[in-house]
Design a binder for this molecule. Structure first.
Ligand code: C5J
Length: 232
């Protein structure tokens, strides 16, 4: 595949043109505590099945993206063990009996280094794939993501992961304001709340693609397969 040759992906509100060499797959917060039965997400009363349906499409997309030799980055939401980067407002929000930093089902909740904070085995990062540890919802806030993307010449992002209306949406908005073009495959992002899934995607592609484009992993896989054929 010629990584500098522009490709087109079927998307809404109109086709997404992308140059593979300038694109990265950014997988947001596919962490055990959000995704796995028995984790923090489920402990709060959420149905993790709503998120787990995204694992298989993400796994296929990741495999194809890696096979094409393209760049992959991952994020994890979490905090330092001493909680020095955790705003009190975030700690107390929701008045939950158990909150960030407390002992949870998979170690201290959303604390770096704990089992629940790590990425699910199905999508585990390879050693050459940067993992961005972020204290907020957006992946650009208080991280070196923008610097890494700039140093690698990345201008376009395929954003997948969880949750659609929180960390995915916030990251897409941050990226858009920094001049990146974002494509979100609907089957690779998930929310605990079906109505937020729908509206979270609608908000991205509304008004001529105000924050980006929405597609489906099958269209991305088709474009990659087509690129491999054309490139030989
Ligand atoms: C993410 C959250 N990753 N919902 N976090 O969306 O708190």
């Amino acid at each position: 595949m010629d990584l500098n040759r522009s490709m087109s992906i079927e998307a809404e509100p109109y086709p997404y043109e992308f140059v593979p060499a300038r694109s990265a797959l950014l997988i947001i917060d596919m962490q055990r505590d959000f995704m796995e039965p028995g984790g923090f997400g489920e402990m709060l009363g959420n149905d993790v099945a709503e998120l787990r349906r995204t694992i298989e499409p993400n796994r296929k997309l990741l495999a194809a993206w890696r096979a094409a030799g393209l760049q992959v980055m991952h994020t994890r939401e979490g905090h330092r063990p001493d909680l020095s980067d955790l705003p009190t407002t975030k700690k107390v929000r929701g008045h939950s009996k158990t909150s960030i930093g407390d002992p949870g089902p998979m170690g201290r909740i959303l604390i770096r280094g704990e089992a629940g904070h790590d990425i699910i085995p199905e999508l585990y990062p390879l050693p050459n794939e940067p993992v961005i540890d972020k204290p907020g919802k957006g992946a650009f806030f208080a991280t070196d993501l923008h610097a890494i993307l700039q140093n690698r010449g990345i201008k376009q992002l395929l954003v997948t992961g969880v949750t659609t209306e929180v960390c995915v949406n916030t990251t897409v908005r941050e990226a858009n304001d920094r001049g990146y073009e974002c494509l979100v495959p609907a089957d690779c992002v998930g929310s605990y709340f079906p109505e937020f899934q729908e509206m979270g995607l609608k908000m991205i592609k509304a008004q001529g693609g105000i924050f980006g484009w929405v597609s489906d992993s099958t269209h991305i896989l088709a474009a990659l397969a087509n690129g491999l054929t054309v490139g030989v």
